[in-house]
Design a protein around this ligand. Structure first.
Ligand code: HEM
Length: 129
């Protein structure tokens, strides 16, 4: 396929009429205009999905291999939902803050250490005297 056309979401969204009806399924764009009257599922469902990514609804129906065969003849290009749109950030811009140690708890720990040192000092004083 030499001149594979790339469709953005905005470009796909321009084809929502019966005479120019495109849907995206699994990253590929299909022109259903000539097929809509023959679609065994009716035209209403195709019109509902027109100009959109119809992957989920297409798979929900559980289309047959025959349907996928027909699809390959309606193929007109690739779908790139992200292109031309603001790309979603894949990671958080601000790192999660590491929770600071509880000041009350660390304060009481210090008191405990000081008390221990005082007791140890007193015992030592008694011993060496
Ligand atoms: C290029 C796109 C499509 C093609 C070529 C296609 C083709 C077909 C074919 C051949 C059938 C007959 C049953 C089968 O063989 O699976 C069918 C049924 C059906 N299709 Fe599609 N279809 C397409 C897109 C869609 C989409 C986007 C929807 C959206 C919901 C849809 C909904 C249905 C429904 C509801 C049925 C009837 C199922 C039933 O009665 O059991 N189709 N389609």
């Amino acid at each position: 396929m030499a001149d594979k056309r790339i469709f953005t979401a905005a470009q796909l969204a321009q084809h929502t009429h019966k005479d120019s009806l495109y849907v995206a399924i699994h990253g590929k764009v299909y022109d259903c205009s000539g097929f809509i009257d023959e679609h065994p599922g009716g035209e209403e469902v195709l019109l509902d999905e027109a100009g959109k990514d119809a992957t989920e609804s297409f798979e929900d129906v559980g289309h047959s291999d025959e349907a996928r065969d027909i699809m390959s003849k309606l193929y007109v290009g690739e779908y790139q939902a992200g292109s031309g749109e603001k790309a979603k950030s894949t990671y958080a811009s601000t790192p999660k803050p590491i929770p600071a140690a509880d000041p009350v708890e660390s304060g009481s720990k210090l008191q405990y250490v000081i008390a221990l040192a005082v007791v140890a000092g007193a015992v030592l004083w008694k011993v060496i005297r």
